[in-house]
Design a binder for this molecule. Structure first.
Ligand code: AMP
Length: 204
């Protein structure tokens, strides 16, 4: 199954993707994570991308799509995959459409107030990249023992900008996939387990 997750930043795509990976036994591929790996590795692309990412600005489609295609060539994608963070614009969706035939797009619908609260309370592990919310996790350590920090792009002023980018450039994908007849909507307001159960119902 080839699946795309769309939703505002902080709608819980990463969390849902993690649960779907286990249930469907296919990998989740996050373009944000691919970029963060390049930053960690200190590549030129990573360093250039970081300047944009820290401000919540989209990185060039050319760079992202090349990275994604490389990742999709790996063996673990042969039974399908879950894309998280790509596509983010209509141009990217069209490129992807010419490259693969998707089975489904799951749109994670969450109110803006909830999203802002989730993003500003998000803490990310320096070691493994797992994320937590301060409301549910008061500890400053990850379960893996790594230190938790606030991502530069989870700071309030950047969150507001990322939300604008989402509304203007990514939200039109909802109609794009609706018109292709592969859109399903998951209400993601509740806890991660309920959202996951609803998503699994839609995947049946
Ligand atoms: P994410 O982890 O998905 O929230 O992505 C973090 C940042 O990485 C975004 O704010 C963008 O700067 C960049 N990014 C991730 N995916 C894409 C994409 N498909 N197109 C352009 N920029 C992206």
């Amino acid at each position: 199954m080839k699946l795309v997750l769309i939703g505002a930043p902080g709608s819980g795509k990463g969390t849902l993707a993690g649960k779907l990976v286990k249930a469907l036994n296919i990998p989740a591929i996050s373009t944000g994570d691919l970029l963060r790996e390049s930053i960690k590795a200190g590549t030129e692309i990573g360093l250039e991308a970081k300047k944009l990412m820290d401000k919540g600005i989209l990185v060039s489609t050319e760079i992202i799509f090349e990275m994604l295609k490389e990742r999709l060539k790996k063996d673990d994608t042969k039974n399908g995959y879950i894309l998280d963070g790509f596509p983010r614009t209509i141009d990217q969706a069209q490129l992807l459409d010419d490259y693969v035939k998707l089975d489904l797009c799951l749109y994670l619908n969450v109110d803006k107030d909830k999203i802002v609260q989730r993003l500003t309370g998000r803490r990310t592990c320096k070691n493994c990249g797992a994320s937590y919310n301060t409301e549910l996790h008061s500890n400053d350590k990850c379960d893996c023992g790594g230190e938790l920090f606030i991502r530069e792009d989870d700071k309030p002023e950047v969150v507001a900008h990322r939300f604008d980018v989402y509304s203007n450039q990514t939200a039109p994908l909802i109609d794009f996939y609706k018109n292709k007849g592969i859109l399903k909507v998951v209400m993601g307001q509740e806890n991660p387990e309920d959202t996951f159960k609803k998503a699994m119902e839609l995947l049946k």
